[in-house]
Design a binder for this molecule. Structure first.
Ligand code: ADP
Ligand code: MG
Length: 239
């Protein structure tokens, strides 16, 4: 039986704005398994982004636990969490987050520079990642010379270049038309199948759900439903 890559236990994040308390994430317990595509769905404001921030250690829970690949994120210091993020996690955002003055190849290389990889290793990984998303011929283009879908593929290549165990994508198709969005989802799907990466996609887009192995639905910060693709998982679901 496989063990989970991320274990989430009774996870809660309360924000205080003025005198009001917002339970952005409320008592969520679930496991994320390696080599699966997980969708976290729910309306705007249901806590999806907060959840991603918590499981990647960008934000700290008010209470509860996140165990990432056996390591307790919730009790790590800032530096340790940063290192874990850099080594194990790739991020893909709705707004792509590319630097406008850099070429596609340079953008993909940014997280590799942050990890202080040498130039030869960087070049090899950039080439590998860009060819993986089918954009080697656009390596020298700047973001404004690329379509929205191409920009998102560059962002996926940038996440992939660090060879992460987990890719976290926050509404990655939110700025794309539905057929372009479909291609991005196919690409994320292939990452799971061919590269063995765990992909967590946050979305309120119904077509993302068709691609996922597991769908966790949030409402008002609570996990209200978990659905599995039929006959895929031998492990019994939680609850
Ligand atoms: P989603 O990504 O599903 O749209 P979020 O996780 O961004 O939802 O937000 C969940 C809830 O927490 C919302 O009510 C939002 O207004 C609130 N929230 C998010 N971030 C903060 C913050 N930094 N300070 C106060 N409230 C926040
Ligand atoms: Mg969000």
């Amino acid at each position: 039986m496989r063990s989970p890559i991320i274990q989430v236990r009774d996870l809660t994040r309360v924000y205080h704005s003025g005198s009001a308390e917002v339970h952005a994430v409320s008592s969520i317990t679930l496991d994320l398994y390696p080599g699966e595509m997980t969708a976290v769905v729910g309306r705007s404001g249901s806590g999806k982004t907060t959840f991603l921030n918590l499981i990647s250690g960008l934000d700290q829970p008010t209470s509860g636990e996140v165990i990432f690949d056996g390591e307790p994120l919730h009790s790590m210091g800032e530096t340790q969490r940063l290192r874990l993020r850099q080594q194990k996690i790739g991020f893909v955002f709705q707004s792509f987050g590319l630097l406008p003055l850099l070429t596609a190849a340079e953008n993909v290389g940014v997280p590799l520079r942050m990890r202080q990889l040498g130039a030869a290793e960087r070049d090899a990984r950039v080439t590998e990642a860009l060819s993986w998303v089918g954009l080697l011929d656009r390596a020298r283009h700047r973001p404004y010379e690329l379509s929205g879908g191409e920009q998102q593929r560059v962002a996926i290549a940038r996440a992939l270049a660090v060879r992460p165990q987990v890719i976290l994508a926050d509404e990655p198709t939110g700025q794309l038309d539905s057929s372009t969005g479909r291609r991005i989802l196919d690409l994320l799907r292939r990452l799971v199948g061919e590269a063995g990466i765990t992909v967590v996609v946050v979305t309120h887009d119904p077509q993302t759900m068709d691609e996922a192995d597991v769908i966790h639905e949030l409402r008002d910060g609570e996990l209200i439903d978990t659905r599995y693709k039929s006959a895929r998982r031998s492990v019994a679901p939680l609850n």
